[in-house]
Unconditional design. Structure first.
Length: 330
């Protein structure tokens, strides 16, 4: 698996759904608390971000290019309909159907941009995700008492832009700046979530150049690295350890070349927690709790099924691993 996408996906879904992975849990009633970029009017009233940015250094050759990708989750409201009647929860055969919030991945890419062009003028990439709806029948069956049941999913419009610019920062070095701006409108939190860029982060790649570590810059670039600003995004080198072709700017603090632990059997959405503890907690759920977890979200159902299928050897591998911090990252 692509190391960059693996860790970027972990960032994307950080906090998406928290243990005990059930809709009724208090901490799952107010979601989308990490990396949100919301409409300006709402954000300024509530102390949230409507714009985030990161600056980082690039040792650029004469033909160097950069490509910037903004990735975020787009909130989706999943409404259960019993015929024409909105319903919070209903049983269809052995399945429980619940109204809930899901999310879809969005990715906006700039395409390759010549660094010499960025030094002359910034490039603005529009972010436009149209509102929409779709329907999904529930297994083509009717609940007890009759009447068709279906999910109706709807999402709001997201508007904004990504601005990429560069200024010289030394001989053959430029300081790149990537700024993400939400230009939408919202009056309350529900509206802001629907119009928000949730868990927003940036992946920048270069051809013909090499990014500089801001965590451990070479001595001759330490001053230039210290001048790099950031707000809401923390840029680190990403990919194969030692490579300098990719930067991940995330809303959480990481280190250079982060990676998902190879022992991890899959996403748990609590990226800073211990897989073994969370998996054992899932396995200890009652049958009623498991049914609610499975009904809450398709991704929660996947966690439940994956945890139940783990072998004793796979569980033992999660007990603990010693690594050399000078060589390994996790």
């Amino acid at each position: 698996m692509d190391r960059v996408r693996a860790i970027a996906d972990t960032v994307l879904y950080e906090g998406y759904l928290l243990w005990p992975y059930r809709r009724s849990a208090l901490k799952n009633r107010r979601r989308w608390t990490i990396g949100g970029v919301y409409p300006r009017g709402y954000a300024e009233r509530n102390g949230d971000h409507w714009t985030v940015h990161a600056e980082f250094l690039l040792e650029a050759g004469p033909a160097a290019e950069v490509e910037v990708a903004l990735r975020f989750l787009h909130a989706v409201h999943r409404q259960v309909m019993n015929g024409d009647t909105p319903t919070d929860e209903i049983r269809v055969g052995d399945e429980i159907c619940t109204t809930w919030q899901e999310a879809r991945e969005r990715e906006i890419t700039s395409g390759p941009i010549a660094v010499e062009h960025l030094v002359r003028a910034p490039v603005r990439v529009p972010v436009e995700a149209a509102a929409g709806t779709e329907e999904e029948p529930v297994n083509g069956r009717a609940p007890c008492g009759g009447g068709g049941v279906r999910f109706v999913r709807s999402w709001g419009r997201v508007d904004g832009h990504v601005e990429v610019s560069a200024v010289p920062a030394g001989d053959g070095v430029v300081r790149l700046r990537v700024e993400v701006v939400n230009t939408g409108a919202a009056e309350d939190r529900d509206g802001a979530v629907r119009a928000g860029m949730l868990c927003a982060h940036v992946v920048a790649r270069t051809g013909g150049g090499a990014f500089v570590s801001l965590t451990d810059p070479p001595e001759h670039l330490a001053g230039a690295a210290a001048e790099c600003g950031k707000d809401g995004l923390w840029p680190v080198l990403a990919g194969e350890p030692g490579s300098r072709g990719t930067v991940l700017a995330a809303p959480i603090v990481l280190y250079d070349w982060p990676q998902v632990a190879p022992e991890s059997p899959g996403d748990l959405f609590d990226g800073t927690e211990i897989d073994r503890l969370l998996i054992l907690s899932v396995l200890s759920l009652t049958e009623d709790e498991r049914r609610e977890m499975a009904a809450t979200d398709p991704k929660a159902r996947q966690i439940l099924e994956r945890c139940g299928a783990l072998s004793s050897g796979e569980l033992l591998a999660l007990h603990g691993t010693l690594r050399d911090p000078r060589r390994d990252v996790w």
